[in-house]
Design a protein around this ligand. Structure first.
Ligand SMILES: Cc1ncc(C[n+]2csc(CCOP(=O)(O)OP(=O)(O)O)c2C)c(N)n1
Length: 814
């Protein structure tokens, strides 16, 4: 029985557990005023206030699990002083501030995105990594933006400061003419040494300016590393994401990435999020940047704790960091540390913040540096620390100036050794065909399910048909070709990972990679049961997002280059929700950072009367991004071609993104089916000639479904021509193959590019100059009229347009 006093005390404590963070002392400058709350307006609350409204304000009462709330309570309410190595903390603070000051004074007016005002980030990361290393961490994957990045590279990733100085001196500019990236975007790897002497390998992920885009990429990298390790992966690899306060609250991809936390295909055992919160975004105040009191409120979508901490109380910062990591290790969920400080200078060092925040910056001007405040509070003399680091930096600047080459701050893991990028070289080609006997064996595994499994009758029928396909008794469709590609790769020790919305069944009911028992909904994945020693096959239904999921898969490819990794759009057009990932990572990653990816984007494409947004995967946009053999853009028009393309992507050592336009109605188009012998052919064909009309006077050149429609129509018309040639790879443009194939048609007086897309879309403007190089003025084109949308909203209008297109293409004189 509680007595009245202790009952009241418990009520007071409870109010503070719930709301105490609103009155915590979180902001070094005091312009983020405590919020009054009626439940905190209570007498006898001194003890509770000390615990919950001090330099740490924790939000945790929204966590439904009592054990987890209890965990936080115990640590917050403990009377035990938290042990802090103050000399280490002071050293980290000094390094953080002196680094910025030194760069500031020696490279005036050069952007570095100073951390000053929030340099407690460095002891915070230090503690997080110390604590993680005590919990068994071996690697940390870190994602962060511009703010404080150089500081982190030196003080946490442990890169020699000389490398940063070399960046400021801009040594060796010729090596990056037309390419490369600015110094505060480039990734770095290094070894952090924990207080206990244990090393932690740090991977700071290269990222673009586009804020928060790196979040899912870092998570995908962490997941790949964890998968490699196996059972203890989540223990040994810790993802840490740092966010700006404005970006965290404002950028949609943060919400998408948070939503992955507990999903089976994307879980990483918990991410430590740090909001490097300076209460400003460029020139914008928090009241204009987020509708909630805290930038972190978005994270309350997850049942996880949020520790707000005053960046000018380093002991509290360190304590919050430790609690966050221990929580992550105990419960395997995300945690947030909202590190609140200020920004000493402008957004970058070339900005004058007194124009937009004059009062704030008058206050900041006279505000002491955090290491000085801390040294005084803990009674340590900072001078020896300052002098020591200053001497290190002086030597480093000299060394940096004399570096002849731009330093490479990262080392690729050994699993990248077999792979290369660079220009296309035909010597990289490998045979991808398989003998019929082998295909039959794989088929046996693909159509099998356990005794007693209650299969859906429609799926049973599909499996029966697949069996016939695999035995050469019926032509293969895309679904079966894909299953054979995945299965054969897994049996050749190539792991397979596919994720996208509804990818397990397939948007078009074509994949059925996971069989569902109709009685108990148990799952069975035949691709995972082909042979005991096969490689892993993972196929996931993703959350309903594009940007984060594609970013995650890109990240996964970065640490598992041996895997065939695919991201699938529901319809190709929706991939534009991930435009940042496509532009900044997939297309440009090799050029900017010399980092390769073999990511495959599967983009359903084709004009089928389904309206403006369910027609085009926007071929033109990918082709516009193509240069210097940075990626491959293909549209396989038959099941066999799809089979070879997927296998080629996995088996070649040339690691390049593959943009693959995939079928919708073409999935079941009779012309797109392939005989089993198509899979026995040695390789993917960049262009498929038309052997039936070699003496044609007109040659239609097209890509994808329209070719099949033209062939069907030609059949209907019982015509012998024109010839219909299918371009299967658009980039790298296979000029020699195209020249050879078009050369077959000696009588041709016209070559016509035919596309379903409007004139301003599709491959037209890409292929025109390239085909002209081959056939000169004999080139014409047939297409829909230019338009602002890819397709009409009316199915009937579509049919009329399509009919016109076919008539125009086939109606010329032969
Ligand atoms: C997607 C995107 N939009 C806009 C910008 C331009 N930009 C760069 S930094 C910045 C402010 C960021 O504020 P915050 O997230 O609070 O971080 P801070 O710079 O204050 O550390 C903006 C708007 C960008 N880099 N990326």
């Amino acid at each position: 029985m509680m007595n009245v006093d202790s009952e009241k005390q418990e009520r007071v404590m409870d109010a503070f557990r719930r709301w105490g963070y609103l009155q915590a002392n979180l902001d070094p400058l005091g312009h983020f005023a405590p919020l009054s709350h009626p439940e905190l307006d209570i007498s006898g609350a001194d003890a509770a206030r000390r615990v919950y409204s001090g330099s740490i304000g924790v939000e945790f009462m929204h966590i439904p699990d009592p054990e987890r709330r209890q965990w936080i309570q115990e640590r917050m309410e403990s009377e035990q002083p938290y042990p802090v190595d103050r000399s280490r903390v002071l050293d980290r603070l000094v390094r953080a501030d002196i680094f910025e000051q030194t760069i500031h004074s020696r490279y005036i007016g050069t952007k570095r995105y100073s951390l000053e005002g929030n340099t407690a980030l460095i002891p915070l990361l230090d503690e997080i990594l110390n604590s993680a290393s005590e919990n068994g961490v071996e690697q940390a994957v870190m994602g962060m933006s511009h703010r404080g990045r150089l500081n982190v590279i030196i003080n946490i990733v442990s890169r020699p400061p000389a490398e940063i100085f070399a960046g400021f001196e801009d040594v060796d500019p010729r090596s990056v003419l037309g390419g490369g990236d600015v110094k505060y975007h480039i990734g770095a790897t290094g070894i952090f040494t924990g207080a206990g002497g244990r090393p932690v390998r740090i991977h700071l992920v290269s990222n673009p300016s586009h804020l928060e885009a790196v979040d899912p990429v870092a998570l995908g990298r962490a997941r790949a590393k964890q998968t490699r390790i196996g059972r203890d992966g989540k223990l040994k690899v810790l993802p840490i994401l740092m966010h700006g306060d404005s970006a965290f609250a404002g950028q949609g991809i943060t919400a998408e990435a948070l939503n992955m936390a507990a999903l089976r295909g994307y879980n990483v055992g918990g991410t430590v999020h740090i909001i490097v919160n300076n209460l400003i975004g460029f020139t914008t105040n928090p009241s204009d940047a987020y509708s909630s009191r805290f930038s972190s409120d978005l994270a309350k979508r997850l049942p996880i704790p949020i520790f707000h901490v005053n960046g000018e109380d380093p002991d509290a910062v360190v304590r919050a960091g430790r609690m966050a990591v221990e929580y992550r290790y105990d419960f395997g969920t995300d945690v947030v540390v909202d590190l609140i400080g200020f920004r000493r200078h402008g957004h970058s060092e070339v900005d004058d913040p007194t124009i937009t925040q004059p009062i704030l910056y008058r206050k900041i001007k006279d505000h002491p540096v955090v290491y000085q405040i801390y040294a005084k509070n803990v009674d340590l003399d900072p001078q020896p620390y300052v002098e020591k680091f200053q001497a290190e930096l002086d030597a480093a600047q000299k060394a940096g100036k004399s570096m002849a080459k731009k330093p490479v701050m990262r080392q690729l893991p050994s699993y990248w050794a077999p792979f290369h990028g660079g220009p296309y070289n035909p010597a990289d080609e490998v045979d991808t065909g398989l003998p019929a006997e082998r295909l039959r064996e794989i088929t046996d595994g693909l159509v099998k399910y356990p005794e007693g499994f209650h299969i859906h009758p429609k799926v049973q029928k599909l499996l029966e048909q697949r069996q016939e396909m695999g035995y050469g008794k019926r032509p293969l469709d895309f679904g079966m070709a894909e299953a054979l590609a995945f299965g054969s790769l897994a049996l050749q020790s190539v792991p397979v990972r596919l994720s996208g919305q509804d990818s397990r069944r397939g948007t078009f009911n074509q994949r059925h990679s996971v069989l569902i028992d109709i009685v108990d909904e148990k799952e069975y994945v035949p691709l995972c049961h082909l042979a005991p020693n096969q490689a892993r096959v993972e196929i996931y239904n993703s959350e309903l997002s594009e940007a984060a999921v594609m970013g995650f898969e890109y990240g996964y490819t970065r640490d598992y280059p041996e895997t065939l990794v695919m991201w699938e759009a529901q319809f190709g057009d929706f991939a534009n929700g991930a435009q940042i990932i496509i532009d900044q990572f997939v297309a440009a990653g090799e050029d900017k950072w010399d980092l390769l990816t073999g990511l495959v984007l599967l983009l359903p494409h084709g004009h089928e009367g389904q309206g403006p947004e369910h027609s085009s995967a926007r071929i033109e946009r990918y082709l516009q991004l193509c240069a210097r053999d940075n990626m491959q853009v293909c549209q396989p028009s038959t099941a066999a071609q799809y089979f070879h393309l997927l296998r080629r992507q996995a088996l070649r050592k040339w690691r390049k993104p593959l943009i693959c336009f995939t079928p919708k109605s073409m999935l079941r188009h009779p012309e797109a089916l392939s005989p089993l012998s198509g899979l026995e052919q040695p390789r993917f064909m960049n262009i498929i000639p038309d052997d039936t009309a070699l003496d044609a006077r007109r040659v239609l050149i097209c890509t994808g479904k329209i070719g099949h429609e033209l062939r069907m129509e030609r059949k209907k018309l019982k015509a012998n021509g024109p010839a219909i040639v299918s371009l299967e790879q658009m980039y790298p443009f296979p000029e020699n193959d195209v020249r050879e194939v078009l050369g077959y048609y000696a009588n041709a007086h016209e070559f016509i590019w035919v596309q379903e897309e409007p004139a301003n879309m599709g491959a037209l403007s890409f292929v025109t100059p390239r085909l002209k190089r081959i056939v000169g003025s004999k080139l014409r084109s047939i297409k829909r009229a230019a338009n602002s949308t890819p397709a009409t909203g009316s199915a009937k209008a579509h049919e009329m347009e399509q009919k016109t297109l076919l008539t125009l293409a086939l109606g010329g004189s032969e």
